[in-house]
Design a protein around this ligand. Structure first.
Ligand SMILES: [Zn+2]
Length: 431
């Protein structure tokens, strides 16, 4: 069950409560709705209260990021809130491309001379491409948002996909890595990523792959990852104790020596996020992707972003979820464009935008509820609003578009650059 976030009358975070309790408080008039997404109530009289430690856990991904709030109760750890944040990397790329093209065409026009401006800028230290930067900013926004309404005591982040040091350097391995299953997980994940999840010899996909020694163990090959690849059962059997060259694949030896390329870009963002989260000043736990997968599979949870977030790090070992746990699906939408003049399909200006964005206290993109007492569109409508200066608004509801006067309309959630939807729950194995 998604718990309701609670703040006291001084806007200090209190322990999140059960939705039934929140309903009771709201009905009795002891609390008021403070925010719709994430659902937060403010208590009118209460000041301070007991809290248990809550961890904010994140699994950053390229397309979507899993978020979970896990409370450490006396009876054990439990998910009290979960969300999945979808990023808008591609959208930003497209927007920048269109801006570049517009500027180019402007420069090429026969107007006064415009100096070319492309090689007079330097990128600052720690620069990230805008599409990647937005991912960091999205997660940062949500970390701060939740931190304001919930007594977060620590943050856990999946920092790297594989722990290279733990795999390569035998001396620093802990007991778990030497004897436990965790070592195998870390290595397997790395190999799957490196060899593209297919057999290195016959390119077979979607079948169980075995970890295979490039230079066979019998002939002095080591267990280091640079000597390992993935092969299907058949290829592995056929190769037996031959080296890759003897087996007819000399190029595999070279490929194995090359380190993983993609990991660098992913890691750059993850480190940027790490340094950003550090500034919140809470203890920051980090984990690897191998560890997350190990925790998730030993608990038998499905592969979803929010469950991955729950299983991040050492603290992700025994976390209880219930069948009614559903994530809030959050999608980054941005704040619209700055284009002032829109064109028809031939490129001629046809519509213009007002300088003013707010009308009668509303802004396009706000979530609203309209109760219309009479007329053609009588009834209750809720959805996103598109404003006009005349005060006649369009509301996009689940069933279609309605045009309603601003007089019947009330804001339920101000446009904040995100779209919200209720997600599907994951059925836990022990339910
Ligand atoms: Zn094969």
């Amino acid at each position: 069950m998604q718990r309701v976030l609670v703040i006291d009358k001084n806007k200090q975070p209190l322990m999140p409560c059960h939705p039934a309790r929140a309903r009771e408080l709201l009905n009795k008039g002891k609390a008021a709705v403070y925010r719709t997404f994430p659902f937060t109530i403010i208590l009118k009289e209460r000041e301070g209260g007991d809290t248990q430690p809550i961890a904010f856990k994140i699994d950053p991904g390229s397309k979507a990021t899993g978020m979970a709030l896990v409370a450490d109760f006396k009876r054990g750890k439990r998910v009290i809130w979960a969300g999945e944040l979808t990023h808008r990397g591609q959208q930003i790329r497209d927007a920048l491309l269109s801006r570049r093209q517009l500027r180019r065409s402007r420069r090429a026009r026969h107007t006064r001379y415009r100096q070319a401006r492309f090689d007079n800028r330097r990128r600052p230290e720690g620069w990230l491409p805008p599409s990647l930067k937005s991912r960091v900013e999205n997660i940062w926004t949500w970390a701060c948002r939740l931190n304001r309404a919930c007594p977060i005591a620590s943050i856990s982040q999946e920092l790297v996909k594989f722990d290279m040091q733990l795999m390569q350097n035998a001396e620093i391995r802990g007991v778990e890595y030497q004897q436990g299953e965790l070592a195998g997980y870390e290595v397997r994940e790395y190999l799957l990523e490196k060899w593209g999840r297919k057999c290195a010899y016959c390119n077979a996909k979607d079948l169980p792959l075995q970890v295979e020694h490039i230079n066979p163990k019998l002939r002095g090959g080591s267990n280091r990852v640079s000597n390992l690849t993935l092969a299907c059962h058949d290829c592995n059997q056929e190769k037996r104790t031959q080296t890759v060259a003897e087996f007819g694949f000399p190029e595999i030896q070279k490929l194995a020596k090359a380190p993983l390329k993609d990991a660098a870009a992913v890691n750059a963002t993850r480190w940027a996020l790490y340094h950003r989260l550090e500034t919140i000043g809470l203890p920051l736990e980090v984990g690897t992707g191998g560890r997350t997968k190990f925790n998730r599979t030993t608990q038998g949870y499905a592969k979803t972003h929010w469950l991955d977030a729950t299983c991040v790090g050492e603290s992700g070992e025994k976390v209880y979820i219930t069948a009614s746990d559903t994530p809030l699906l959050v999608k980054a939408t941005g704040h619209g464009s700055r284009q002032m003049c829109r064109t028809d399909k031939y490129g001629f200006p046809s519509r213009y935008r007002l300088r003013q964005k707010r009308h009668f206290g509303f802004q396009t993109g706000d979530m609203v509820k309209a109760i219309v007492p009479a007329g053609k569109v009588v009834g209750t409508h809720s959805g996103r609003v598109a404003c006009r200066a005349t005060g006649s608004f369009d509301i996009t509801t689940a069933t279609g578009k309605v045009t309603v006067s601003h007089r019947y309309t009330k804001v339920t959630h101000h446009a904040d650059g995100y779209n919200y939807k209720k997600g599907q729950g994951a059925i836990p194995p022990h339910a």
